[in-house]
Ligand binder design. Structure first.
Ligand code: ZN
Length: 420
């Protein structure tokens, strides 16, 4: 068998709703290389986004391949079937080489009692005083606790095993990067829970290369982190330690790393992430969400004329259909409706007023996080405009691309991976 596909130490998940910005995104990775840090791109687009826009994963693959070819990118790159389940995986099979197995829905479904029993008997090391190298204080657990965690996660991990084996049958072993995601669930997983979950994943023989836990705090789409940064930093470091331990103890892949489903723009924790990566000599995969689409809007607004008109029209429609647009994202957005300007007001805005409200610059008093979140989920409006929207992107390619690259590199890649 040829060498298994492996995800390098640093990777960034980039979303590209309309498959027009792959090149501009790749340029951001090239800038990282120029700064001396290798960061590989993973184009991710979930089933939810494909369904809302009416696109196919094969289009994401095509856009990625084209960008890589045109820019002569020699490093690895991937196309991620983000948040798929057995029900939705089919159309991702061929175009994707990275699969994010979403088991959030199964979390909490009680496992079979005999499976829980077997798990607990098999993992005496997880009961009592659990010492993980590089975590100062040992964790204290007991049989009841481990049983409780197993009960909550075992069925989900078994479900991931089903999807994984189906993927192996379809694509071949080692032909794709498997990730397990548990981020779109109600409560965060503690580092010791993560360790127990990793033990279960190893038992299920899923050679995951990334795992996406739910971290403490709010990860709303397109806006900054809401939570205790210190607490996040502590848990993030403990997660790194737990992963390191699990690799050695349970024989999980050497390159296993955390995947942060950031929902984009968690600026206030980027420093903590960077420092932890240096301290632990660890890797990370950070998925940004579809904020590239917001950079498209910013570019169009900045261009003025018909570009600005389209940006205003998108807002007007998004405002009118706010409830419907927000529904699929209910758990990951927090919009204060009172803070949304009336479309009539936005219609009078200059390019600068529009971009100041939308661009994620917290030092700008005109920045409006509610407007930003609404537009973030408003891509359906642009997809309904169809060719008119795409033609505007093409007509304003340069100004849009400049915003996409700058945003991805300066606001995300540089603080997380380069650290300066
Ligand atoms: Zn996610």
């Amino acid at each position: 068998m040829s060498k298994a596909i492996t995800l390098p130490r640093f990777s960034v998940g980039v979303g590209d709703r309309f498959a027009h910005q792959a090149k501009a995104q790749l340029v951001a990775c090239m800038k990282a290389a120029e700064a001396g840090v290798d960061v590989v791109p993973v184009w991710n687009k979930s089933n939810r986004e494909h369904t809302i826009i009416g696109t196919e994963p094969s289009q994401t693959r095509e856009a990625a391949d084209t960008a890589v070819k045109e820019l002569n990118w020699k490093e690895p790159y991937f196309v991620d079937a983000d948040h798929i389940t057995l029900k939705t995986v089919e159309r991702f099979l061929d175009p994707c080489d990275f699969f994010t197995l979403d088991v959030a829905e199964e979390i909490g479904r009680a496992a079979r009692p005999e499976d829980v029993e077997t798990f607990v008997l098999r993992h005496a090391e997880l009961i009592g005083e659990v010492r993980i190298p590089r975590i100062a204080e040992p964790f204290h657990t007991n049989v009841e606790f481990v049983k409780g965690v197993a009960n909550k996660f075992l069925a989900a991990v078994q479900d991931a095993g089903l999807i994984y084996r189906m993927l192996v049958e379809s694509k071949g072993e080692g032909k794709f990067v498997p990730e397990i995601s548990m981020d779109e669930t109600d409560s965060p997983q503690t580092p010791v829970e993560l360790l127990i979950i990793l033990a279960a994943i190893a038992d299920e023989k899923i050679p995951i290369q990334t795992i996406a836990p739910k971290f403490t705090g709010r990860f709303n789409k397109g806006v900054d982190y809401v939570g205790d940064v210190k607490q996040f930093a502590k848990e993030f470091e403990e997660d790194l330690a737990a992963i390191d331990f699990a690799i050695k103890r349970y024989g999980l892949p050497e390159n296993l790393k955390l995947s942060v489903h950031s929902g984009s723009d968690k600026f206030s924790i980027y420093k903590a992430i960077h420092e932890a990566l240096v301290k632990f000599d660890a890797g990370v995969h950070v998925k940004t969400a579809g904020t590239t689409w917001l950079e498209e809007l910013i570019g169009l607004a900045e261009a003025g004329g018909s570009g600005l008109e389209i940006a205003k029209e998108v807002y007007r429609e998004a405002f009118a259909h706010a409830e419907e647009l927000c529904k699929p994202y209910a758990t990951v957005i927090d919009i204060d409706y009172k803070k949304l300007p009336r479309p009539e007001e936005v219609d009078t805005w200059t390019s600068e007023q529009y971009t100041s409200a939308l661009r994620h610059d917290q030092t700008n008093p005109a920045y409006n996080s509610s407007l930003r979140q609404l537009l973030h989920v408003g891509f359906k409006v642009a997809s309904k405009m169809g060719q008119r929207y795409l033609s505007a992107l093409e007509a304003n390619e340069e100004i849009v691309a400049r915003n996409v690259t700058k945003n991805l590199y300066e606001r995300h890649i540089r603080p997380i991976f380069v650290g300066r």
